[in-house]
Design a protein. Sequence first.
Length: 194
Amino acid sequence: MARVTSAPAVGGLGLVIMCFLASAGLRLAESAPAFAEEFSTLASFRPAAGQAPAESPPAAEADALLREIRQREEQLEVEAKQLADRAQALSVAEKKLEEQLEAFEIARMNLEGTLAQADKAAERDIERMKTVYESMKAAEAAEIFQQMDIGFAAGLLSRMRPELAANVMAAMEPDAAYAVTLTIASRNSGVPKE
C-alpha cells in the first residue's frame, strides 16, 4: 500500500501570522512609489564643487542652541569670577575689621585700666586731703572750706568723721554751712525710698 502524505495543518496562530504578513506586504506595495520618490530626490541632490552641503533645519537650530549655551557658559564663568573676586575682597575687609575690633578692644581695656588707676589715685588724694583737714583745727579748716567750691567742700565734709565735720561746719559762716548742708542732702534726694 502506498502511503499518502498530507500537508501539515496550519493552526490558528499560523493563520493570524499569515494575515499580518499579507497586510504588511500590501502596505509596502501601496507606499512603494513614495519611497522611490524620496530615494530619487536624495540621490539626485549633489552640492556643487567646493560648496558645503546645506545643513538641515534641525542641525542649524542645534548649532544655534549650542552657541547660545556656550555664550551663557562664558557669561556664567565671568560672573563666577566676579563673585569670587567680591568674596575675596569681602574676606580681606572682614579680616581688617576683625583686626581693628581687636585693636579697639585692647585700647578700650587699656583706657579702662588707666581710668581705674586715675580713679584710685584721685580717691587716695581725697582720702589724704580728708585726713589733713581732720587733723587741722576746726576754725582753720572752716576758713578754707568757705573758699572751696560748694560741691567739692560738701563731698570732702561728707567723708570726714561726723564729729570733726560738725566742728568744721559750726566754725563756718551760716550761709556757707547751709549751702554745704543742702548740697550733701540733695545728693540722695532722687533715690527711691523703697
